[in-house]
Design a protein around this ligand. Structure first.
Ligand code: HEC
Length: 160
């Protein structure tokens, strides 16, 4: 291929990828983040959007924390509402967790607890997060964005 052709091809591929990505991000999701002033006064809309992107497109938290329908597809009407773990360990392990808790609304966690989970992999009980949840080493900015997004979602638990 001539260099100019190569360049044209590269640009075309880039354009196609960009188009695909923009289509992907404009996809309607039933659990669109709604900002709740009472719970997240300092979270900006762009921070929430960054958190949504990290949760949905990068870390794929929903794969474990969202229940599935009868066909095994993620049930978007119960987005991040907690789910049983269906993957099994390859090797025997003692601390495998069988349930991923609800994340929508992020109730029951303080900001600091949330950050420690996502930045250090340590839970509020002081113990390492159990597999198959990963031990993340996120930056504070990423962890805060994810927490802001989770707090913006309708809570998994009805208000008592
Ligand atoms: C591979 C499956 C999986 C993925 C992906 C996953 N989690 Fe988890 N998560 C779990 C399981 C299982 C638990 C329960 C284990 C525990 O609490 O130690 C858990 C626990 C948690 C907890 C509670 C921890 C505690 O100690 O109370 C939070 C918060 C959490 N996950 C957030 C997230 C976020 C945010 C993401 C995406 C960035 C994510 N998880 C991705 C499986 C997963």
């Amino acid at each position: 291929m001539k260099a100019s052709h190569q360049l044209a091809f590269f640009l075309l591929a880039l354009l196609a990828a960009g188009f695909g990505a923009s289509r992907l991000s404009s996809r309607e999701s039933p659990a669109k983040p709604v900002q709740k002033a009472a719970t997240a006064p300092s979270a900006s809309q762009s921070q929430i959007e960054r958190g949504r992107y990290l949760v949905e497109d990068v870390a794929m938290c929903g794969e474990c924390h969202t229940p599935r329908d009868a066909n095994g597809n993620l049930d978007r009407s119960r987005w991040l509402q907690g789910a049983p773990i269906w993957i099994v360990p390859v090797r025997r392990t003692t601390n495998w967790s069988m349930r991923a808790p609800a994340l929508a609304g992020f109730q029951g966690f303080t900001e600091a607890q949330g950050e420690t989970i996502l930045e250090k992999g340590i839970g509020p009980n002081g113990l390492a997060i159990q597999p198959p949840m990963h031990i993340y080493h996120m930056s504070p900015e990423d962890a805060q964005a994810i927490i802001a997004y989770l707090r913006s979602l309708p809570s998994a638990y009805p208000q008592r």
